[in-house]
Design a protein around this ligand. Sequence first.
Ligand code: C5J
Length: 223
Amino acid sequence: MTAISAQPYDYEIPEHGKMALVIIDMQRDFLEPGGFGDALGNNVQLLQAIVPTIKELLETWRSLSLPIIHTIECHKPDLSDCPPSKLNRSKEGLKIGDIGPMGRILIYGEAGNNIIPELEPKEGEIVILKPGKGAFTRTDLEAILQERGITHLVITGVTTEVCVQTTMREANDRGYECLLVEDGTESYFPEFKQATIAMLWAQGGIIGWTSAAKSVISAMSVG
Ligand code: C5J
């Protein structure tokens, strides 16, 4: 069996079709200049730097006809799926549902809520609309994975310590074998990214594995 060189040890690639690429929340409002993240004073260039890497992984998965999952953090226009505990937390005054630079913040269908054009999903790829930080919370993701026999998740996206880490922990608890691509994920706070990576594979891979995109792609090409 082919394996990906990873931390804390090699990650075995399962049989064809069982390993999905997961791309978390690569949305315009988080990544683009003039978006919500930018308006809050975050350096969105940090997040933009991972786009070519994720694109390369996406092309690899597409060329091998392997399952691809995109997620979008979003809410219904009436906010009925947004608990007060999430709605009321905002440091800068702008809240979910308010008008931001690219439409209502985190509302499905608004311009800023869309996935960036470079990584736009193609027909047949799975798109999970998630109201929480984790992609399993109040979504059909687990049922979809079970139906398709997917057991392994190669995870990318933003932000490392929030939606990416939460999703990986949720997946790990459900029995999925997860690998985070280190240069395929980013945070507005580099120290949070590094801390997340270190804690995921501590204690013999307590949450899973991490690896570089080039190691993933070269193992996929061989396998
Ligand atoms: C994500 C967030 N996608 N940081 N959202 O991480 O609120």
